[in-house]
Design a binder for this molecule. Structure first.
Ligand code: ADP
Length: 454
């Protein structure tokens, strides 16, 4: 059982750990993906803003706005006074001191490419006159584009030469194509806060799942632990039961033998004494069996309270009389009730007092002084049983009402018992809608306080 428990605990911890790791990994991956998407969206918004700005503010040739858009391309350039016709090129620049004649060819532009051609021209023109680029106008366009996408983020725009280093985090609109060209870059600030707020829902769902999983596994562990404790208690109970039964059986056997084999039956006085001893032993066995049977009956709800008028101080005295007390034991009964007769279940109250008093006597160091007190409360009454005995340690105090629980005193219990007395008391108190509390100090004594509603 111990190994099984360890194995289950190990498997549970492994499962819990894996689930937690997976959830954490999933949240991290979601965050990363959302960051990449977010930057792509911001980049596209910047690109659109720059394009709109360039198309609106840079004038492109009028020939592009006509019915049939076209561009005039320089075909030939001739320097007339030299009488040499030459084609303009980088390698063969035009050297002229006189008038120059150019022949132009019209290049028809397809309408589908018109926007790209205009943008290309606008970028080329803008590059040749960078000082005319107004960042403030681009900024307000960028703001509009971002708000269309419902993106709230702080940024700073700058126009500078493209250094050639571009990472996935760079937000930039390139005016030229290559290295050394100009670029409008947006430096984003406080993106982490924005991204965290965007990822709050999956993170919360994840946290919720983690809590549910952890909670279920914790609960499972708790049940397994309880099961294990129950198993230990069951074994303890069987041990206690066999030990407890051995004593009365030995007494009954020896008195029986004395009467049968040693002719003691002829001695009337001895016979009566032995029979009285046997009757006491049998009564105790009977009472113990009753307690055991009653516990399950009350638990199943098969027994309910039978309410009759009960004189509480009288009942306390009746119970005390059933115990054989030695000279070192004093029991004080105090009654502070407004009226001694209370409507309750006589048998239940009797069992409660009997069990508490039995314990107060069993777990005592002589001289024992026990106080049983009944007092009145507002719309309730209270029963207290206090002793000056061994006391109960803090860690055991919450367990003593569990069925079959006995405070461990090593392998052999000095004081006999089945560990059912207090669980029976608690069951009875609950059936009477009462409430039981205990306070104790090791070596100083124990006090049980029970409140019953009126
Ligand atoms: P049992 O007396 O048969 O062991 P109970 O359920 O009556 O079972 O009590 C459970 C445990 O609580 C006992 O084993 C004992 O250690 C402790 N206990 C109960 N009453 C007292 C008391 N008055 N003083 C000290 N310990 C007590």
């Amino acid at each position: 059982m111990k190994n099984n428990y360890k194995f289950i605990l190990w498997i549970t911890s492994l499962t819990a750990g894996s689930i937690l790791l997976f959830q954490a990994f999933w949240v991290y991956k979601t965050y990363q993906t959302s960051e990449v998407n977010f930057r792509a969206e911001v980049n596209a918004a910047l690109q659109r803003s720059v394009d709109i700005y360039l198309l609106e503010s840079i004038s492109t040739p009028l020939s592009l706005s006509g019915e049939t858009p076209s561009l005039s391309i320089i075909n030939t350039v001739s320097a007339q006074n030299l009488g040499v016709a030459t084609t303009a090129s980088k390698t063969n620049p035009i050297k002229s001191s006189g008038p120059v004649r150019m022949s132009l060819n019209a290049l028809k532009i397809d309408r589908a490419n018109l926007e790209s051609v205009r943008l290309f021209l606008a970028k080329t023109i803008a590059l040749s006159n960078k000082d005319s680029i107004k960042l403030s106008e681009i900024e307000s366009l960028f703001k509009k584009e971002l708000s269309k996408e419902k993106i709230k983020v702080d940024y700073q725009l700058s126009l500078h030469r493209f250094s050639g280093k571009k990472s996935k985090y760079t937000i930039a609109a390139y005016l030229g194509q290559g290295k050394g060209d100009w670029v409008i870059e947006a430096q984003l600030t406080n993106t982490r806060g924005y991204l965290l707020s965007q990822n709050a829902v999956p993170a919360i769902i994840s946290l919720f799942l983690i809590l549910i999983t952890a909670g279920s596994l914790w609960y499972m562990g708790l049940i397994i632990r309880r099961q294990k404790q129950l198993d230990v208690k069951k074994n303890d109970f069987i041990n206690n039961l066999t030990h407890e039964l051995r004593t009365p059986i030995s007494i009954l056997k020896s008195t029986n033998e004395a009467l049968l084999q040693f002719g003691e039956s002829k001695n009337v006085e001895k016979t009566t004494r032995y029979l009285k001893i046997n009757a006491g032993v049998l009564n105790k066995l009977d009472a113990d069996l009753d307690r055991l049977l009653n516990i399950s009956k009350y638990e199943l709800g098969a027994r309910t309270a039978v309410i009759t008028p009960v004189n509480i101080p009288d009942l306390i005295h009746e119970v005390i009389e059933k115990f054989q007390l030695n000279d070192n034991t004093t029991i004080t009964v105090e009654s502070e009730l407004n009226i001694d007769v209370i409507a309750t279940d006589k048998h239940m109250i009797e069992s409660i007092i009997t069990n508490l008093l039995d314990n107060a006597l069993k777990y005592n160091n002589l001289p024992a002084h026990i106080i049983i007190k009944a007092s009145a409360l507002t719309r309730a009454w209270q029963l207290e049983v206090e002793d000056n005995g061994q006391g109960i340690s803090e860690e055991n105090l919450s367990l003593i009402f569990d069925k079959f629980y006995r405070v461990s005193t090593g392998d052999l219990h000095e004081v006999k018992g089945y560990g059912i007395g207090l669980s029976y008391v608690k069951q009875l108190v609950t059936t009477l809608s009462g409430e039981i509390n205990v306070s104790s100090r090791v070596g100083a004594g124990t006090k049980f306080i029970i409140k019953f509603p009126l």
